[in-house]
Design a protein around this ligand. Structure first.
Ligand code: NAD
Length: 316
């Protein structure tokens, strides 16, 4: 991975928030935009190029085709369709799974051998579909998982205790969805276990934890109610993952990874867990000591993912 080249498939809200954040942070040398609507991708590339005069580094930005994935280090999939009138959640899921398959076929036909990062929802299930279809080793196919949810959690905690969000270390684990849960047992603030933080601070009590978990879980619904979609947060989370890869950081991030049985829950699924990321993808999954309650929550989340995965695999 000599050059840092990213191909973004899907130039909607999420894809372009990611691209915009990449440009502003100067995170990569090359960005190629692909969309089923080539004119949209072309227009987005033109618009972004006009900001290069103000970017922190020299970059190449263009719209392209799947041939451009051949020498890309990373392909990020943010393409997707939304629910049609009368369509069930499962039908939508099957439709998005089909889209993933065609996209992956085109990527792999180019000779691509980099890393694929999926953000399209339901991200854990679609990352599995992408992994299966690509034939790539599982450490080279990841999903954004609970990276955004964990950032939301850190933000909410930071608001309560008035400590910089970057000093808050806490994960949301499990499905990126309704069955996700807060891993309170491993949360800490600047190295101080969260339990001690609560006992020594008046701004937060044990009763507030449920409130924080609720706010994080419902954040997407709350935003969608107001502006119909969420995209800035995920755009920045995707840049963090991208930088961990291209800078060979060995950075620990909560992302959707293939559970080969590292955690004692349903295996052969993709699920949000902390993983060490570098230029080769997932170096290893970090095994945390979970509380009994958290073990149950992870089990529940993993079983739901397994059930839904079986349904879409049957449908496609
Ligand atoms: P959007 O409708 O704005 O964009 C989707 C884009 O995909 C469109 O430009 C569309 O033309 C393109 N597209 C559709 N089919 C395609 C195909 N076959 N090939 C190439 N491009 C294709 O949607 P959005 O708001 O950008 O959301 C995209 C996805 O990201 C959704 O599934 C959404 O739920 C998900 N999302 C994930 C997270 C997360 O944390 N993982 C957060 C927010 C949104």
């Amino acid at each position: 991975m000599e050059r840092s080249k990213v191909v973004i498939v899907g130039t909607g809200f999420v894809g372009m928030s990611y691209a915009y954040a990449l440009v502003n942070q100067g995170a990569v040398e090359e960005i190629v935009l692909i969309d089923i609507d080539p004119l949209k991708a072309e227009g987005e590339a033109m618009d972004l190029n006009h900001g290069l005069a103000f970017a922190p580094r020299k970059m190449s930005i263009k719209s392209g085709t799947y041939q451009d994935t051949k020498d890309a280090g990373l392909v990020v999939i943010t393409a997707g369709v939304s629910q049609k009138d009368g369509e069930t959640r499962l039908d939508l899921l099957a439709r998005n799974a089909k889209i993933m398959k065609t996209i992956v076929k085109d990527i792999m036909a180019s000779g691509f051998s980099g890393i694929i990062l999926v953000a399209t929802n339901p991200v854990d299930l679609l990352t599995y579909v992408v992994w299966k279809e690509s034939g790539l080793p599982s450490h080279r196919v990841i999903g954004s998982g609970t990276s955004l949810d964990s950032a939301r959690l850190r933000y909410e905690i930071s608001r309560y205790i008035e400590i910089d969000v970057r000093n808050i270390h806490a994960y949301i684990l499990g499905e990126h969805g309704d069955s996700e849960f807060v891993c309170w047992s491993n949360a800490n603030v600047g190295g101080k276990p969260f339990k001690d933080v609560i006992e020594s601070m008046h701004q937060i009590t044990f009763d507030d934890l449920e409130d924080i978990a609720y706010k994080v879980k419902h954040a997407a619904y709350d935003i969608i109610l107001r502006k119909k979609a969420t995209y800035y947060g995920i755009g920045m989370a995707l840049v963090r993952i991208t930088s961990a890869i291209f800078n060979n950081e060995n950075r620990i991030l909560p992302i959707s990874v293939y559970n080969e049985g590292i955690y004692p829950c349903e295996s052969d699924i993709y699920i949000g867990l902390p993983a060490v990321l570098n230029r080769d993808g997932v170096h290893h999954i970090v095994k945390l000591n979970l509380s009994e309650k958290e073990k149950d929550q992870l089990n529940h989340s993993a079983s739901l993912l397994r059930k839904n995965l079986d349904s879409i695999l049957k449908m496609s």
